[in-house]
Design a protein around this ligand. Structure first.
Ligand code: ATP
Ligand code: MG
Length: 610
């Protein structure tokens, strides 16, 4: 086809604003080098037999990402991000940068080689344990490979900020983090070296810090809405970071390591570790604080709802422990008089779960007797591990159900935990107080693998990417020579959706004509580009291209798009489209896809798409 014919295709439909830019075709146009798959480092392994049958197990997402050349394992939990994966990472980081800058985030880059000095001050040198990578330099000084940067950023602010007028501050970076995870797993999901975006906020008052927390939460909702994988926000535990207000962002997926409990009636969602619930009856446990193998530091009686376990995590709020100490539980049977006697002689007040709906069960109260176990010493609170099937604590009539999920972001209000330990203070209205902090993480490299995991389930053997983070939105696969590729490339580049040039720098060309047609078509499916435009035999005879759509979550009840018949198998669809209708077809397909996927800017929905 000549450039003249393509130009006439454009001018024939002047009313379609969405691709009029394509009419500016340039006969000397050259495909950018970095769009060419022949230029990219990609594996050229032969396609294997269709997996998923009884004898060939379905490949894991790590297998697919490796086979398609996105990642390359260096050692346990340590991976190279190959050029195709780096494109995904760049897009995720681009979205995060947009949203962090929009709320006044200032980007900086702190070192990854850290001195332990400040970690000793905050106590985390001791409490972090084996996850911390540390080593000695040539002068025998110890250094840490940064797993997170609260200490470092607090030291910088302490040194540089002189007046309350310089607050608030929102500082963020996207850098590699190092954690010697006990069980690195599933490729980038749990790595020992990984990419994290971490923001740290500094405010003068508690109220301002809490306001910052919710501002960042809204920015996170926008980020995850734009990334395009359905997500949930859960109440969470603060863990080793500390602080009192904390929320996690999750992609719901069976491969996740976390369990979320959610109420379908009121939308309350929390990590199992933190979830609250209502339940009847009671069980009693003897809690022993232990150090090392033998040292018993104390005992308490814990009363929780019947058939529920006590939560060490929750109990630690009322009975703080050091990192070297743990709490062990022994179940007390109602007729276990030794156990009751044990508890009764203890010097400490019992912990009674408020969800039991009793102050103290009668038989326990009498076993404790008066004196050391008097009612005034009873500490009531939420001490049990909630379970699926429990009644929701937030509404009347709701029941909690469980789902597995992958944590992709975590936000914390820290209060003065770090500013107090490192004496970062501020003089305001005549009073000196510790600066109020927050910290906000997003697992950038984890999102790559989690998005592939969640989005590829509808694919027939390959990967699938949400459109906004796909390495390329479209690929052109010319099977009968390269002659017309520059023109088709320009035609695609001219398409705009809602005023945006969505294909700009976003088109790959599989010009590897030293590979067979079958190999390249298989690769397009494996690599998971949302749109593949195949120039095959029909193109030479009737200017028709085959358009393949692989768009996660797209609702596909329709049998046609823009009047053109589509054939779908799961989430993969195909259509034969005349070149003069390609712009209209793709515009309609992309609009349909963006309305059925997680819409960008869905900021205030408590649960998006789940
Ligand atoms: P997890 O409970 O999964 O270990 P965390 O609570 O230790 O996570 P944070 O310290 O809050 O994680 O880190 C912020 C984000 O960094 C997490 O929400 C997660 O997405 C990501 N992340 C944490 N650890 C890893 C890891 N080992 N590999 C990849 N990403 C990680
Ligand atoms: Mg962790």
């Amino acid at each position: 086809m000549s450039i003249g014919l393509l130009r006439s295709i454009c001018t024939r439909r002047p009313g379609i604003g969405s691709y009029t830019a394509a009419c500016r075709l340039n006969s000397t146009f050259a495909i950018p080098q970095n769009s060419k798959l022949s230029w990219m480092l990609l594996p050229t392994k032969k396609p294997t037999k269709k997996s998923g049958s009884a004898d060939i197990p379905k490949p894991t997402t790590t297998d697919l990402l490796t086979k398609a050349g996105y990642i390359h394992q260096s050692s346990a939990g340590i991976y190279t991000l190959m050029p195709m994966a780096q494109r995904v990472i760049d897009k995720i980081e681009g979205i995060i940068d947009d949203e962090m800058q929009a709320i006044g985030g200032q980007k900086l880059a702190m070192p990854n080689l850290l001195s332990p000095e400040n970690w000793i001050k905050t106590g985390r040198w001791e409490s972090t344990g084996d996850e911390l990578f540390s080593f000695k330099d040539r002068k025998q000084s110890t250094l840490i490979l940064g797993p997170t940067h609260e200490e470092e950023v607090t030291a910088i602010v302490k040194e540089m900020v002189r007046s309350f007028r310089q607050y608030p501050l929102r500082l963020y970076q996207t850098t590699r983090k190092f954690r010697d995870e006990a069980r690195p797993r599933a490729g980038l999901l749990r790595g020992r070296e990984f990419i994290m975006k971490d923001m740290y906020s500094f405010d003068v008052t508690r109220e301002q810090a809490i306001e910052t927390f919710y501002t960042v939460e809204r920015a996170y909702r926008r980020c995850f809405g734009r990334i395009g994988v359905p997500y949930v926000v859960a109440d969470a535990d603060s863990g080793n970071i500390g602080g009192s207000l904390s929320k996690e962002f999750h992609f719901v997926n069976p491969s996740g390591e976390d369990t979320l409990l959610a109420c379908q009636s009121c939308g309350y969602t929390a990590n199992e570790e933190r979830a609250r619930s209502r339940c009847a009856g009671h069980s009693a446990f003897l809690a022993t604080m232990v150090e090392g193998e033998k040292t018993r530091l104390g005992q308490r009686l814990v009363v929780v709802p019947a058939d529920h376990e006590p939560s060490a995590l929750k109990i630690k709020q009322a009975w703080p422990t050091q990192s070297s100490q743990r709490i062990e539980f022994t179940r007390l049977l109602a007729n276990n008089s030794t156990g009751y006697t044990n508890a009764a002689t203890g010097q400490l007040a019992p912990l009674v779960d408020s969800a039991c709906d009793v102050t103290l069960p009668h038989e326990l109260a009498s076993a404790l007797g008066s004196g050391s176990g008097s009612e005034s010493e009873v500490v009531t609170g939420d001490w049990h591990v909630a379970q699926a099937g429990d009644s929701c604590a937030e509404c009347a009539g709701g029941t909690l159900s469980a789902q597995r999920a992958i944590e992709v972001g975590h936000i914390f209000y820290l209060g003065d935990k770090y500013s107090r330990a490192m004496d970062l203070n501020v003089l305001h209205q005549g009073e000196r107080s510790h600066v109020e902090m927050g910290c906000f993480g997003i697992g950038v490299s984890r999102i790559l693998q989690a998005a592939a995991e969640c989005s590829s389930s509808g694919a027939n053997g390959g990967l699938m990417w949400p459109m906004n983070i796909a390495p390329f939105l479209a690929a052109i696969v010319p099977l009968t020579g390269q002659d017309h590729v520059p023109q088709v490339y320009q035609l695609l580049s001219g398409i705009t959706v809602k005023g945006q040039s969505v294909f700009k720098d976003n088109i790959a060309v599989d010009d590897r004509d030293y590979l067979s047609a079958g190999f390249r078509l298989n690769d397009a499916q494996l690599l998971g580009f949302p749109i593949t435009v195949v120039l095959g035999r029909a193109f030479a005879s009737s200017s028709e291209v085959e358009v393949q759509l692989r768009i996660p979550g797209m609702k596909l009840e329709a049998t046609s798009i823009a009047g053109i018949e589509i054939k779908c198998d799961g989430h993969e669809c195909r259509a034969l489209v005349r070149l003069d209708a390609l712009g209209e077809f793709l515009t309609a397909a992309l609009e349909k896809a963006s309305s059925s996927a997680v819409a960008p800017g869905q900021t205030d929905d408590p649960l998006v798409g789940v």
